[in-house]
Design a protein around this ligand. Structure first.
Ligand code: ADP
Ligand code: ZN
Length: 731
């Protein structure tokens, strides 16, 4: 770890870490005026200028005269020591090269450019002097987000045109170009404003959290409370405490569609909206957020997992809302769990973490059992609201014609809600129209040509889509295999097909579909969620998107089309996932004055997981799951890592896997075992064959250095890629 922040006098040799793919920091000469540890700088690298951060004293002993000079110190506060520690520790934990980790911390659009130098674009009042489709796309893009300003490339991307098209619109005044002003300050949040009057159990939990935040030290608390128990109200008290202490707070949400409701609640509580950091905000807004997080002016940030890499000045609290949510795991590029990284960041900063959930992950639950985390429980819904009634519909008893999935029992329940003017949610965790498209002449299913996956029909887009690589193709008339026409058939249900069935059953009802792929932007999804919350639909058909904590006040019935869906397969986490998902989605039903019901269609009502969901006895369920995992030595009672080796040639990938498996000396030394190589859960993606090895080690074993040593012994063929996933999602 690096030492305390130091000032290096002019000409002193310093180490600068850049975001270039090098394995270490490079030495440079400090500029005239000297430079501090953590300073953001511009340095020469070969013929280029690159961004970097001063990472302490020079490591080598080159004579100073031979070192190239730092060109410029950027006009932003230096990266704090605690943040640099976090970058180092998270890189070591995830086995990511330091520069790649640093890159996550430098995702500030236009970092280092002085205000006034950057150009931004907004909607003007003029008419284009010549109308073209490309020009209309630019105007449409601007009109869809009134009031926003955009960087040139951002606007061009959004409209799907070249930047020349945008520039062409300047002359007529249809688009305006301006120099950006200094990033405006965020309005002040007032932590002293009174919040809602808390119920007794809420007071106890809020006091516990306030005390932890006051301590000014690191600690993690699992805040477990059923949906509607007021977890948000309670953790906002902890946020108030952090703000009152003059520190910053970060709230992580798993889904940006939920931020709308959250922002409103923050405004009601503190009198102003917080800063936002996620893919749904513009570059200008992101830059503003980054800058003011660095100066400390932005006191509260609500964001996606990448907000963990913002340059906080004085972070006092991180809330991970819906901590069990699998979307906290980053599965591309740097593989990390935002929940775990939140804990790591907080321990570097001397900050508190709150993990809020109705259905804790087994990891967090076990950490609380072990006493590593504190735990606070809210056991009842706030006010008069009661928990929804849960029941199964035994599909073996239901009379259903082929190609139909809503059972008569569920149909009657929906009917009753429509008459009452209440909302129903039909839940199916499957995007698209149908999971399988097959030819009734030859029996072939349509598969992605570059992945080991089926093509899924998306009827609204009239296309087939691969959910692995995103590739789409027009829906074919003729079978791609046997060329017979008019024989392609959809098999099985997806949400779009459920919406179709529901519309047939209830032609008068207003049906809304909530599925991530049906919305072009985060904003349109947010708008849809808000419209539904206001009562703009009678029946909502949705994927797991709706399982996340958004309040639909009129929703009183949840119908789960296929409660067994997640129980198939061999994944050890299947039971935990299904339990969480069913509890989450059923928790959507019912609020204060309207009791809710959740009906789960199943072919195996006696399955232990289905029974546990019905009984709601979470502690027993978690304890049993924990016992099984302990017996198997898997997380959270053992450590795991997944090693995925991919190559365009399957045999090469297997050869590398076998070579690794042949000599496991560094792993054996720490008591670890190796399984595989075997085809990865998805054996081919984007034309690359994937082979996986699983490493299992005792809980306390130093798995990272052993892994680094082990894979470091192999020389990879040029075409081969190897990635290491510490704590993989599936095993
Ligand atoms: P959770 O996050 O546990 O699902 P919320 O914090 O969203 O629960 O609370 C559920 C609902 O109950 C919200 O509409 C919230 O405003 C309301 N609520 C919770 N606690 C209180 C309180 N003390 N006073 C008034 N309303 C409350
Ligand atoms: Zn594909």
């Amino acid at each position: 770890m690096t030492s305390m922040t130091r000032f290096h006098p002019p000409g002193a040799p310093v180490a600068v870490l850049t975001t270039q793919p090098l394995d270490r920091a490079l030495d440079y000469r400090a500029p005239e005026g000297g430079v501090e540890d953590g300073a953001f700088v511009e340095v020469p690298l070969g013929p280029r200028k690159v961004l970097g951060v001063v990472w302490g004293a020079a490591a080598g002993d080159w004579p100073v005269e031979k070192l190239r000079p730092i060109l410029r110190v950027l006009p932003v506060p230096p990266m704090a020591q605690a943040f640099r520690d976090f970058i180092e520790r998270s890189a070591a934990y995830t086995l990511t090269p330091l520069p790649a980790m640093l890159r996550l911390g430098l995702r500030a659009p236009g970092l280092g450019e002085a205000p006034g130098k950057r150009r931004v674009y907004t909607l003007g009042t003029g008419e284009p002097d010549r109308a073209t489709a490309a020009r209309a796309a630019v105007i449409d893009a601007l009109q869809s987000r009134p009031g926003d300003v955009f960087a040139l490339s951002e606007l061009a991307d959004m409209a799907g045109v070249s930047s020349g098209v945008v520039k062409g619109l300047l002359k007529s005044g249809a688009v305006l170009e301006q120099a950006t002003p200094r990033d405006a300050d965020y309005p002040t949040l007032d932590p002293q404003r009174p919040g809602k009057t808390l119920a007794e159990d809420q007071i106890a939990a809020a006091e516990g959290l306030r005390t932890s935040v006051k301590s000014g030290t690191y600690g993690t608390t699992l805040l477990k409370g059923v949906t509607g128990s007021g977890k948000t109200e309670v953790y906002l008290e902890a946020v108030a405490e952090a703000l009152a202490q003059g520190r910053q707070a970060l709230v992580l949400l798993p889904e940006i569609a939920l931020t709308g409701e959250f922002l409103t609640r923050v405004e009601a509580r503190f009198g102003a909206r917080p800063a936002e950091w996620h893919s749904g905000v513009t570059q200008a807004e992101r830059r503003r957020c980054w800058t003011h997080v660095a100066t400390g002016q932005a006191r509260l940030v609500v964001g996606a997992r990448s907000s963990l890499f913002l340059p906080f000045r004085s972070l006092g609290l991180i809330v991970v809302d819906e901590e069990h949510d699998t979307s906290y795991k980053q599965e591309d590029g740097v593989l990390y769990s935002a929940r775990d990284m939140a804990v790591l960041r907080a321990s570097c900063e001397g900050a508190q973490v709150i993990l809020a959930t109705a259905t804790p992950s087994l990891e967090s639950w076990a950490n609380a059992e072990l006493g590593k985390y504190a735990r606070l429980d809210l056991t009842s819904r706030f006010g008069d609201a009661v928990m929804p009634k849960l029941a199964t519909i035994d599909m073996r008893d239901e009379q259903l014609p082929g190609g139909r999935w809503v059972s008569p029992t569920l149909q009657r329940a929906i009917e009753a809600r429509i008459i009452e003017g209440e909302q129903s949610l039909i839940f199916l965790n499957r995007r698209g129209y149908a999971p399988v498209t097959l030819c009734r002449a030859c029996g072939q299913q349509v598969a992605c040509h570059q992945c080991d996956a089926r093509m899924v029909e998306h009827r609204f887009q009239k296309r087939l889509m691969c959910h692995q690589c995103g590739e789409t193709a027009p829906m074919p008339d003729a079978c791609p295999s046997c060329k017979v026409e008019g024989k392609m058939a959809a098999v099985g249900p997806g949400v779009e097909r459920m919406a179709e069935e529901v519309t047939t059953l209830f032609p008068e009802a207003r049906v809304a579909i909530l599925s991530s792929d049906l919305f072009g932007s985060a904003r349109s999804l947010k708008a849809k969620v808000e419209e539904i919350a206001r009562g703009g639909a009678d029946i909502i058909v949705g994927t797991q998107l709706v399982a996340k904590g958004h309040n639909f006040p009129k929703l009183t019935l949840v119908g789960v089309i296929d409660a067994d869906l997640g129980l198939q397969g061999s994944d050890l986490r299947a039971a935990e996932r299904t339990f969480q998902l069913m509890r989450q989605v059923s928790g959507r039903a019912g609020r204060a004055d309207k009791p809710g019901v959740a009906l789960m269609q199943t072919y195996q009502p006696e399955h232990p997981v289905i029974r546990a969901i019905l009984s709601g006895d979470e502690e027993s369920f978690l304890r049993e799951e924990a016992d099984q995992r302990r017996a198997a030595g898997v997380p959270p009672y053992g450590r795991m890592a997944g090693i995925v080796i991919s190559d365009t040639d399957g045999a090469t990938a297997f050869d590398v896997g076998n070579a690794l498996a042949r000599d496991i000396t560094p792993l054996a030394a720490i008591g670890a075992e190796v399984y595989g190589p075997a085809p990865a859960p998805i054996a081919r993606i984007r034309g690359r064959h994937r082979v996986r090895l699983l490493v299992k080690a005792p809980r306390q074993a130093p798995i990272q250095p052993a892994l680094a040593d082990w894979v470091g012994r192999i020389i990879l063929p040029r075409s081969t890629r190897l990635s290491i996933d510490i704590d993989p999602q599936s095993f």
